[in-house]
Design a protein around this ligand. Structure first.
Ligand code: PBG
Length: 328
């Protein structure tokens, strides 16, 4: 039997103060991780498919890092656009201790030591074929040989001062190998955020433009990134990465995979992060440009959805915009 009219759920929604008081989920700038692209080129190069986002020189990135701190954003994520001449079949520039990435990490840690720096571990910004790992003659991405190189890449990043290394490559076994190398190198407090459930997605296009790998990519990444049809497999991936020593796990892309976030959180009770990826950002910006939606509302609503699903935080290109909206 209905309890109406005694019970009216609209009652608590009827004023702004009451809505605020009854909010079940809170979003703050501390929930945001800001991905940034660094290049050797001009101070700022716009990325056509990621309107409002630029590749930046190291000094410009340092400015962004200071901005992050002033906005209350706890951590930035760095991605390099490696000059073409330094890309190779084996991606060896990835573990050059003086590569663009390592120089950027050092510059940020010098200037803004209290800002968290997360680095991507994968070979795609460094390979001439655009894959995240080493390929054999048939173009298959080799697992164990790649994992060994990723260990070297994570090591130089940690030595340069990275706080969180985030393997985004989806090779089997790499979390354990990287953890072991970090321990041996004395980097006990360098965290691993595992891209555990990373799907072979159509939403990565603008990112590949940003790091310059789109035109280079031969084929697709379906032999290592997950099939969007699968959810149980995501739980297995998360379980393995945790067993191998991951401190936190990531689900990627974001909104299309909220069900995965919820299931991971319910099953494991560990810190879960989402990556609201480049194509998701581009969709919001396209909607805004077409007059189909309002940026502020779309940004806050989508970020709130991640928190509601159980995320500890979100990597998002809208981080500075969202932080401005959330700061008093
Ligand atoms: C590659 C990597 C990708 C992203 C982060 N790391 C792209 C890919 O797997 O092809 C995508 C992020 C985004 O689209 O914003 N290791």
């Amino acid at each position: 039997m209905s309890q109406y009219p005694a019970l009216r759920l609209r009652r608590t929604r009827s004023t702004a103060w009451s809505r605020r008081m009854h909010a079940e989920t809170v979003l703050t700038p501390a929930d945001l991780i800001w991905p940034l692209f660094v290049s050797e080129g001009a101070d700022e190069e716009p990325i056509a498919t990621l309107p409002g986002v630029s590749r930046c020189s190291i000094p410009k990135i340092v400015e962004r890092a200071r901005e992050a701190v002033s906005l209350g954003i706890p951590c930035i994520a760095l991605f390099p656009n490696t000059p073409g001449a330094l890309r190779s079949d084996d991606g060896r520039e990835a573990f050059n201790p003086d590569n663009l990435m390592c120089r950027t990490i050092r510059a940020i840690k010098d200037a803004v030591p209290d800002l968290g720096v997360l680095t991507d571990v994968a070979l795609d910004p460094y390979t001439s074929h655009g894959h995240d790992g080493l390929v054999d003659a048939a173009g298959y991405v080799l697992n164990d040989a790649t994992a060994a190189v990723l260990v070297d890449q994570a090591r130089v990043q940690a030595e340069a001062g990275a706080d969180i290394v985030a393997p985004s490559d989806m090779m089997d076994g790499r979390i354990g190998l990287i953890r072991e190398a970090l321990e041996q190198g004395g980097h006990h407090n360098v965290q691993i955020m595992a891209y555990s459930a990373k799907y072979a997605s159509g939403f990565y296009g603008p990112f590949r433009d940003a790091v310059g790998s789109r035109g280079l990519l031969k084929g697709d990444k379906k032999t290592y990134q997950m099939d969007p049809a699968n959810a149980e497999e995501a739980l297995r991936e998360v379980g393995l990465d945790l067993a191998e020593g991951a401190d936190s796990v990531m689900v990627k892309p974001g909104l299309p995979y909220l069900d995965i976030i919820l299931r991971v959180k319910s099953e494991f009770q560990v810190p879960v992060f989402a990556y609201q990826v480049s194509g998701e950002y581009a969709m919001i910006e396209a909607a805004v440009a077409a007059g189909a939606g309002e940026r502020d509302a779309l940004v806050i609503e989508t970020l709130m959805a991640f928190k509601r699903a159980g995320c500890s935080g979100v990597l998002t290109y809208h981080a500075p915009h969202a932080a401005r909206l959330l700061n008093p």
